[in-house]
Write a protein that binds this ligand. Structure first.
Ligand code: PEP
Ligand code: MG
Length: 971
């Protein structure tokens, strides 16, 4: 098998399309040499096939001869031989995988120098100092990079030599000391390896090539591939290239150049340059670099040549290129090029600018394809400037962006500090609905526990607030938290990067997130590409969030978690009154109060989303989430004692306690126990909808039942909802009739007629559907669809239940181990598992639509904002995805990219109307089933009256209950 290809080899395809085989660097070197015929120092690439063969069974036999032949060709081309004692050829050896990766072997320069060839180099260049300095650098580089000798030993000797010479710069070390250093370096190598420094160029070359292969499986490279989801079996290529020297004299130099500014995207060449220097000097920042304008002053002819090359490169690659170049005694050499990395702002500007430049022939589709979710995140959220900060702890990046603030450990303290004008980071073991006010006051959030769908993660994402969750090594005390031996006190500054999951001590400078004008342009192109293929909705629970979502381009609300409305300071006491009610009258009165406040919330959301669908999910979490924690109350009981009110709350909390609340009285099951609750919510919603109609709006209401697992359950829930809808509309007509007698009767009559008409005509769209959050619901989708107008996959719970992974526990504790060991390719709470959960989604869609072809289907789990998951959902034929408002732009982009990849199905989003025959039959079927289910349910012992349920004795003693972890749902 051919393993080695010269840069000027004639490939059958353009080399730049052969990165799989040649690696990124090798492909571009071949493209520059054989296609563009640019001045590239000759060389050859050892392919990734060779690396894979090496990983499978060690050094491939035939590779030795192939490398020897390639070396001979290179020597012929250069008219010099490697290791020659008179006029030696020196080469560089570089790794070059398909994707550029940190952790791969560093470059080895000056390979081929030995005790003889250094003399030849000195003679040929007439510069003994240059020759010995090159040899010194080579021994140190080879020793450190290939032979694993600790680099500090070489550095310490060099520092000592400088001191002896009375100089602070490497260039000031005289040749005699350099010769001494070469000797001493070789002794260090021998001491560490037990063998003399290799003098034979063949040994040097083979050692360097093997070291590149081995670095593919180094721990840093593996960790990077895990993080970036790069396959471990790609292997790396190796590039061997003739050396040219930018450090020969003042007529030489080296630099890096970009065909446009990679930070801003502005047109025009941009770069750094140093006279009389090697490439590493530019990157190391030892000397202050000069700009390309300086290059123009010093080397005008080369500057013109370089700009012409930049133009050719950009025209050829049809994108911004990043290059390395060297000037050796007045001659320009191009060492590398690749399509350059860029900031989010630059990516957007370049993509839009390039479409407007006919010579580049970049289409809008291509421009959209060049933008990543990361680019959008960078302009949407604040970012830390600079890099290389010391990381205190790393958790899961749960909500992107940078936040800096003083540490506060309770929500109350965080809120109080924010009210004093301080910037705050709330640090909690985990958050619960009781912490919401502190989270709102904070710049950012850090939790020690919980995963990507934990309470902290979901809430922070919804608000676009930076959050790091599940930082397991954070241990939280009363007035400080610690990570190992570092203690961070309340009031100390920390910086939280919700994009990378890193937390740093102190205040790191932040650049504001600002969306440039090209942001809107790219998204409008993305929308045009997407057309009607996959709608994007938002998860939002209040008017401002809904407004924000619409501003970001949401086409409706895919999930309103109504429980969030119960958490405000003025709501919680009413909810608790409802839970504590000991008579039906008390319960009704609490529900009435809740109805009034929920109506206002619903009105705001419907107004913000007027004309667009709004999916309101009826209450999902277990009621105990609205009660104080049993742990806290039992401590208080044992210490200072409880007030009467607290005692009652404690009893209720104990009675509602469940060992696994995520699988307990949640979702529709709660509705079965407390049907009055769902009826109240529907009444509040319908009143708000009728108000909108009165105000001339067009509310489109989708009422969603959470966690159903069967047709019977859904039919029963549907019957409550329908009854509440009908009674509210009827009641509203009556009430308005009475009002009319006081005011303008004619106007009111018109209004009632109009309201009834719009409902009848479908102007007030009300549909009733369900979440699909359990494997059973997905499997039985066919029959559930008989009584549901729409499905929304709740992939947070579906993932939890498909894997049997607790969504609140596994991510901090075991996920990283699973990812490192390759037991999972991705965190399934971040990227939907395409095989298991994805299969259930596909089945659910197929079976649901087999019953009801027009069934509208979406997803509202956190995966709805993840680009890879969006591709899976598009391919499954979903009508929409729903995600937090700040992720809507990313979802718009990802959906367009899914369309470009041919994944999404086209067709208008289906809206079932009352008139549709399928819907009618669903309603009839629902009614029949509901009657049956209601009779059965009424008989079932589980359906205790609210009062009985609330009073039910705690199943375990208070002590056991207090120890059990309190449920932290993702809501
Ligand atoms: C889900 O389970 O995916 C979902 C959206 O519901 P929640 O996160 O509120 O449980
Ligand atoms: Mg759920």
């Amino acid at each position: 098998m051919p393993f080695v290809f010269d840069f000027d080899h004639t490939h059958r395809r353009p080399p730049m399309e052969m990165k799989d085989l040649l690696g990124g660097k090798g492909a571009n070197l071949a493209e520059m040499t054989s296609v563009l015929r640019l001045p590239v120092p000759p060389g050859f690439t050892i392919s990734t096939d060779a690396c894979r063969a090496y990983m499978d069974g060690g050094w491939p036999e035939e590779l030795t001869a192939q490398v020897a032949r390639a070396r001979a060709r290179l020597e012929r081309a250069m008219g010099k031989r490697i290791g020659d004692a008179d006029d030696p050829l020196l080469v560089s050896v570089r790794s070059g995988a398909k994707f550029s990766m940190p952790g791969m072997m560093d470059t080895v320069l000056n390979l081929g120098l030995n005790d003889w060839s250094v003399v030849g180099l000195a003679r040929q260049t007439g510069d003994e100092r240059f020759a010995y300095d090159s040899y010194r650098r080579f021994v140190a580089m080879y020793g450190r990079i290939v032979l694993d000798v600790p680099g500090e030993e070489f550095d310490a000797l060099l520092e000592a030599a400088k001191e002896l010479a009375g100089t602070t710069s490497d260039a000031g070390v005289p040749v005699q000391l350099l010769q001494y250093l070469v000797d001493a370096y070789q002794q260090i190598v021998e001491r560490h390896t037990g063998r003399p420094f290799p003098q034979d160029p063949d040994d040097q070359l083979r050692g360097a090539i093997e070291a590149v292969f081995a670095s593919w499986n180094g721990p840093r490279a593996i960790a990077y591939r895990n993080q970036e989801r790069i396959a471990h079996d790609l292997g790396t290529a190796v590039n061997v290239q003739a050396m040219v020297f930018g450090n020969r004299d003042d007529n030489s130099g080296t630099g890096v150049g970009f065909t446009r500014d990679p930070a801003t995207g502005e047109k025009g060449a941009y770069g750094d340059f140093l006279v009389n220097a090697q490439g590493e000097d530019v990157v190391a920042g030892i000397r202050n670099t000069e700009s390309l304008a300086d290059l123009q002053k010093k080397f005008p002819r080369i500057h013109t040549e370089l700009l012409a090359i930049f133009a050719r490169l950009e025209g050829h690659y049809r994108d911004m290129c990043d290059t390395e170049f060297t000037i050796e005694q007045g001659k320009l050499w191009m060492l590398q090029t690749r399509v350059g990395k860029r900031t989010g702002r630059a990516a957007l500007k370049m993509a839009v600018d390039m479409v407007a430049e006919p010579r580049l022939k970049v289409s809008k589709e291509e421009a959209v394809g060049r933008i990543t979710a990361d680019h959008l995140d960078q302009v949407l959220h604040p970012q830390f400037t600079g890099s290389g900060y010391e990381v205190l702890v790393k958790g899961l990046g749960a909500s992107p962006g940078a936040a800096v603030g003083r540490v506060y450990l309770t929500a109350d303290d965080a809120q109080a500090a924010a009210e004093r004008g301080e910037k705050v980071v709330l640090v909690r073991s985990e958050t619960s609905p009781e912490d919401v006010h502190g989270m709102l006051a904070a710049e950012g959030i850090l939790t020690a526990r919980g995963g990507l769908v934990s309470h902290a993660a979901v809430v922070a994402r919804g608000w676009g607030k930076p959050a790091v969750v599940g930082a397991e090594s954070v241990s939280i005390g009363d007035s400080s938290f610690s990570v190992g031996t570092t203690v961070v006190h309340q009031g100390d500054w920390i910086s939280v990067d919700g994009t990378t999951g890193k937390v740093m001590l102190g205040q790191i400078p932040v650049s504001r997130g600002e969306t440039p004008p090209e942001f809107g342009t790219i998204l409008s192109w993305a929308d045009a590409i997407r057309g009607d293929a996959l709608a994007i909705r938002a998860n939002a629970d209040n008017g401002p969030d809904a407004t924000n979502a619409r501003h970001h381009g949401a086409q409706g609300i895919g999930l309103c978690r109504t429980e969030h409305m119960f958490l405000a300071d003025d709501r919680l006491p009413i909810v608790r009154r409802m839970i504590l009610a000991s008579t039906p009258e008390e319960e009704t009165s609490a529900l009435e109060e809740l109805r009034r406040v929920q109506r206002v919330d619903f009105a705001e959301i419907l107004e913000a989303m007027d004309g667009l669908p709004v999916t309101i999910r009826l209450l999902d979490p277990p009621l105990h989430e609205f009660l104080p924690s049993t742990e806290e109350l039992s401590i208080k009981e044992a210490t200072v004692g409880l007030t009467d009110e607290e005692q009652r709350l404690f009893e209720a909390a104990k009675s509602w306690h469940e060992f696994n609340p995520m699988l307990g009285t949640r979702g529709v099951r709660l509705g079965v126990l407390r049907p009055g609750l769902y009826a109240m919510q529907v009444r509040a919603l319908m009143e708000a909808a009728l108000d909108r109609v009165d105000a001339g709006g067009h509310p489109v209401v989708e009422i969603m039942i959470p966690l159903t697992v069967s047709r019977e359950e859904m039919a029963l829930a549907r019957s409550w909802v329908e009854a509440a809808v009908e009674s509210t509309v009827a009641h509203s007509a009556e009430r308005d009739g009475r009002t009319a007698t006081k005011g303008g009767r004619a106007a009111s009559a018109r209004r009632n007629a109009a309201t009834r008409d719009v409902i009848a005509a479908g102007g007030l769209d009300v549909t009733i559907g369900t979440m699909v959050e359990t494997p059973r619901a997905a499997l039985r989708a066919g029959e559930i669809a008989e009584v549901a107008d729409f499905f929304s996959f709740g992939t947070n719970d579906l993932t939890q239940m498909t894997f049997g992974f607790s969504r609140d526990d596994v991510e901090g504790r075991m996920m990283s181990a699973y990812l490192e060991l390759g037991l999972l390719k991705r965190n399934p709470f971040e990227v939907v598992d395409p095989d298991g959960v994805g299969e259930l989604v596909r089945l659910g869609v197929e079976r649901g639509r087999a019953t009801r072809p027009e069934l509208k289907i979406g997803v509202c789990g956190e995966h709805g904002g993840d680009p890879e998951s969006i591709a899976t959902f598009a391919a499954a034929g979903l009508d929409y995805v729903s995600c937090s408002p700040f992720r809507v732009p990313i979802a718009r982009l990802a959906a367009a990219q899914a369309v470009l990849a041919g994944l999404a199905r086209r067709g208008p989003t289906r809206v079932a109307t009352k008139k549709a025959p399928a819907r009618k039959s669903a309603t009839t079927a629902a009614k029949a089933l509901a009657r049956k289910a209601a009779t059965t349910a009424a008989k079932a012992p589980a359906r205790k009256s609210a009062t009985t349920a609330a009073k039910a004795p705690a199943r375990k003693s208070a002590t056991t209950a207090a120890k059990a972890p309190r449920a932290r749902s993702g809501r």
